[in-house]
Design a binder for this molecule. Structure first.
Ligand code: CAA
Length: 263
């Protein structure tokens, strides 16, 4: 999927239909600086365009998913630098451009931009000892890659406000209890395996139906209930124009395994 070799990430296809991206900047606990983000975007887009891939997993190391935006890279910026170059806007490709589902497997530190990157993914898995937090307040700033919006939607205003204003960390177990994580695993290995299992399952379904499923769930974040339900119904109607709707429903009736056209 990725012909070029990367310096700050590792890319592989460990399961049928699954693309895995591992953040790999161990010296800085996977702190997110521009060269890493550009590689991440390139790799994610390559998988998104690769017809053999149906779902993606994003992970870091057992020690750190990512310890945040690179503080050393940021420290000398002034307002004109940040605003002029639309600093951090390049991080938006993951939620805005990638159409295939992305599961984050979070182990170790997921702080600041690391927590935000994990929350940009479509499904968040973590291990119990994962260390989440939005510590930007301690650096004299606030979250800048969607943290205040995504954390608040996921866990509610009061908790998000407390976490963002104190910079207090929270565990993988808490992330699960509060509804930020879909699943929590005992060990980092189990977490990555669990994410790969789910990605493999998603990749076994019709690509067209999966794409529509991701799109409608994401719409719920932007639209009111009435418009959202109408949007969903139109896309549902649209799927009756895909061969895979016929294939899936006929396979059920004939008690056979569906052999999807769009795979
Ligand atoms: N940026 C740059 N370098 C970082 C980094 C970061 N966010 N996090 C860790 N590193 C570097 C350290 O400077 C250190 O480098 P040196 O060996 O050259 O000194 C190396 O990674 C290892 O880190 P530590 O020695 O600190 O490791 P530790 O195990 O003692 O502590 C930690 C781990 C608690 C995660 C600590 O590194 C830490 O607090 N990191 C910063 C976390 C943070 O504040 N993140 C938010 C950034 S702001 C942001 O993300 C803005 C946004 O919304 C987009």
């Amino acid at each position: 999927a990725a012909p070029q070799s990367y310096e700050h990430i590792k890319v592989s296809t460990p399961r049928p239909g699954v693309g895995l991206v591992e953040l790999n900047r161990p010296k800085a606990l996977n702190a997110l600086f521009t060269p890493l983000i550009l590689e991440l975007n390139t790799a994610m887009k390559a998988f998104d365009h690769d017809p053999s891939i149906g779902a993606l997993v994003l992970t870091g190391s057992h020690k750190a998913f990512a310890a945040g935006a690179d503080i050393k890279e940021m420290s000398t910026k002034d307002f004109a630098d940040a605003y002029g170059a639309d600093f951090i806007e390049s991080w938006s490709e993951l939620p805005n451009t990638i159409k295939k589902p992305v599961i984050s497997a979070v182990n170790g530190h997921a702080l600041g931009g690391g927590c935000e990157l994990a929350m940009m993914c479509d499904v968040l898995y973590c291990s119990e000892k994962a260390n989440f937090g939005q510590p930007e307040i301690k650096l004299g700033v606030i979250p800048g890659a969607g943290g205040s919006q995504r954390l608040t939607r996921a866990i509610g205003k009061s908790r998000a406000m407390e976490l963002i204003l104190t910079g207090k960390n929270f565990s993988g177990r808490e992330a699960f209890d509060w509804g930020l994580a879909a699943r929590v695993f005992e060990t980092p290995e189990q977490c990555v395996d669990g994410a790969l299992d789910t990605a493999e399952q998603i990749a076994s379904y019709s690509r067209i139906a999966v794409k529509a499923g991701k799109e409608v769930v994401n719409k719920s974040q932007d639209l009111g209930i009435r418009e959202g339900v109408e949007f969903e119904r139109r896309l549902f109607h649209g799927l009756f124009g895909s061969e895979d709707q016929k294939i899936g429903m006929q396979a059920f009736a004939e008690k056979k395994k569906a052999e999807w056209k769009h795979r």
